[in-house]
Ligand binder design. Structure first.
Ligand code: ATP
Ligand code: MG
Length: 387
């Protein structure tokens, strides 16, 4: 069985804000297996940084337990709070946090010089050179750190976090200060590096592309809670709720009623305002239950002339067209009102009604979140977004 590197239980953190207590993290449970890249993905203010700071020991939780590498680092009963530098953790935060008055070498050597018993200079030099080689900065060893570009400074911060060989690496939006091109390049390097070094990583971002591209597992966080944990393909194609689907960029939702019982992963028929949809995959549900259907823009296919689709068809008029390079994106008007998006490599005619269909396996049906406390993400929300 896989070894657990990080275990968080019942984690709760409250802050005082304008004479009020705000619960920023609520009863969070999370485990990260050794060697994996785990990402907390969620909107701004959902508590990602606070979670990371609790793990690092920079914030004291109000409740819960945190264990790193099978060793308690925080526990509310009986009280235990291991100081940050004894938790075996390396950190890189959003701001570069390199020391501008130190050289590249001294930036990386800094954490090693604090170690007791003292390390010899030769041992420090070897470790620093190794860490700088890992992030491909060896040529810069003796330069002032201020000469480095933004991307290089982030790599330097990474080298400094890795030099003590932490059992857990915490990365809080480390790429967010970089331009698009550098971000993508570093995203790629970060993944390679993590594989190479094999260090267990807890990564924080609000960027879904980054989370999907980098992670072995992703936890979707909203309002201080985890809504779903899974591998990238599961959370993308099989979101647990409309809120998760919407956060992962799915703009199309349609409410309906299940006409069959749908045990998890089985197909069912769904009665909607656009008629009956057959053979759609449902996350689970009772016959007669109100559900929400999610359809990704790229799943809507054009119905060519003479081709009969087996149900699940739509008729639409093009409202807006954007050329995105790799695809054309359309905002379209369906006969009975609602607005959908359509992504295709071919150009759709600008005038007249277009026939389309959605293969049943591309439709995903979830319980209606209106009945839960999650943020509403539905057809109405979509209308709001698209005007
Ligand atoms: N020291 C503090 N005192 C009071 N409130 C705080 C404190 N630190 C964080 N908060 C509040 O806790 C909530 C969560 O903050 P946190 O920084 O964890 O969010 P985040 O998910 O990292 O957001 P972002 O993506 O914008 O970085 C926010 O509403 C924030 O205002
Ligand atoms: Mg943050």
């Amino acid at each position: 069985m896989a070894e657990t590197m990080l275990a968080i239980q019942r984690l709760t953190k409250r802050f005082f804000r304008r004479h009020q207590v705000v619960e920023v993290i609520r009863d969070l449970e999370l485990t990260v297996e050794k060697g994996t890249f785990f990402t907390l993905l969620g909107p701004s203010g959902c508590g990602k940084t606070t979670t990371l700071r609790c793990v690092a020991g920079l914030e004291t939780p109000d409740q819960g337990e945190i264990a790193v590498g099978g060793r308690w680092v925080f526990r509310d009963r009986p009280w235990l709070d291991v100081p940050p530098h004894r938790r075996g953790i390396g950190m890189v935060f959003q701001s570069y946090a390199i020391w501008p008055h130190l050289s590249v070498f001294d930036n990386v050597a800094y954490p090693l010089r604090l170690k007791r018993p003292r390390m010899s200079f030769d041992a420090i030099r070897r470790k620093v050179e190794e860490a700088l080689a890992t992030v491909d900065l060896q040529e810069w060893t003796h330069h002032p750190s201020t000469l480095l570009s933004g991307g290089q400074q982030q790599r330097l911060a990474l080298a400094r976090a890795l030099v003590s060989e932490p059992s857990l690496l915490l990365l809080d939006e480390p790429l967010s200060n970089l331009d698009q091109r550098l971000r993508e390049q570093l995203r790629f390097e970060l993944k390679r590096l993590q594989r190479e070094v094999g260090v267990t990583t807890l990564y924080v971002t609000h960027d879904q592309h980054e989370a999907l591209a980098l992670s072995d597992r992703v936890g979707i966080m909203m309002g201080g809670r985890l809504l779903q944990v899974g591998d990238p393909e599961t959370i993308y194609f099989r979101p647990a709720s409309p809120a998760v689907a919407q956060f992962l960029g799915c703009p199309n939702f349609l409410e309906g009623t299940l006409l069959d019982a749908a045990p998890a992963g089985h197909t069912a028929r769904l009665q909607t305002a656009l008629g009956m949809w057959r053979g759609v995959l449902a996350s689970s549900g009772q016959r007669g239950e109100r559900c929400v259907m999610a359809v990704r823009p790229e799943a809507i296919l054009r119905l060519s002339e003479g081709l009969e689709a087996e149900g699940n068809t739509i008729e639409a008029k093009v409202l807006v067209h954007n050329f995105l390079g790799h695809v054309h994106r359309y905002q379209i008007q369906l006969a009975n009102g609602p607005i959908w998006l359509w992504e295709t490599r071919e150009r759709l005619p600008a005038a007249g009604i277009i026939g389309g269909y959605v293969p049943a396996q591309e439709v995903w049906v979830m319980p209606d979140s209106a009945s839960s406390e999650e943020p509403a993400a539905g057809w109405e929300g979509l209308k709001g977004v698209l005007g």
